[in-house]
Design a protein around this ligand. Structure first.
Ligand SMILES: *Cc1c(COP(=O)(O)O)cnc(C)c1O
Length: 228
């Protein structure tokens, strides 16, 4: 299948999942995950109308932004080390994967020196898989409140990665947990601002939409399997 056809397929599945769950598909943002892919693949998806792309390696996203149209919105979705903040912040409009107070503070410090602000989400480990990054669900509320107070940080919501499994109930439980944490924190966010839930990948974005996702991160279903 071509990239163009795949995008139409994904969009139609998004529409169906929204219809099933009584949601408006305008409330679900598609982030096309282009990590490891060359610029010409991204260019094809851009021609079909996609404008938001997700990357997970700091130097890679920095290098790609200069090759591609300036109206692309780059999102950072990978693990970020503090010494790589300088590559990511100048080019990315949202960081999905802030997984510690330490990282949030370092981003805040960087932004203050540059007189900019950063849009971020906190990554939560909802699957209790020790291999996964992210805050523990129990500590998320407290850290959310602290991160929200940091200067030059706009905390816009939460992100999670579901367990790697075919068992739908386990995937759904992981997304439900993130939705529940959101409910508990809704008084912590301005009422006129939307609270983002970044959840759902190629394998599970329809389930995520049914469970309230506002941002899905889809790579393989758009671009095909990644070589590495
Ligand atoms: C790679 C990646 C994705 C996309 O995964 P696919 O299965 O290719 O859709 C989404 N989120 C994160 C955090 C990723 O690292």
């Amino acid at each position: 299948m071509t990239i163009t056809n795949s995008i139409y397929e994904v969009k139609s599945r998004i529409d169906s999942a929204c219809e099933r769950s009584g949601r408006d598909s305008k409330d679900v943002t598609l982030v096309a995950v282009s990590k490891t892919l060359p610029a010409d693949c991204i260019e094809q998806a851009y021609q079909v109308g996609l404008r938001i792309f997700g990357e997970s390696r700091p130097q890679e996203v920095r290098d790609k932004t200069v090759l591609l149209p300036q109206d692309i919105e780059w999102h950072f979705i990978g693990h970020l080390q503090t010494n790589k903040i300088k590559y990511v912040l100048p080019v990315c409009s949202l960081i999905h994967s802030v997984d510690s107070m330490h990282l949030a503070e370092a981003i805040s410090d960087y932004c203050q020196t540059k007189n900019i602000s950063a849009n971020i989400l906190l990554e939560v480990n909802t699957s209790s898989e020790t291999s996964k990054m992210g805050l523990q669900p129990k500590e998320t509320g407290e850290i959310f409140k602290q991160v929200r107070m940091l200067p030059n940080i706009n905390l816009l919501g939460l992100m999670t990665i579901a367990p790697f499994t075919k068992i739908e109930a386990d995937i759904r439980q992981s997304f439900r947990l993130l939705s529940r944490i959101k409910e508990e924190l809704s008084s912590e966010i301005d009422r006129d601002q939307r609270f983002e839930l970044s959840m759902g990948m190629s394998q599970d974005y329809e389930i995520a939409i049914e469970e309230g996702s506002t941002m899905i991160r889809v790579g393989t279903s758009i671009f095909g399997p990644r070589g590495r």
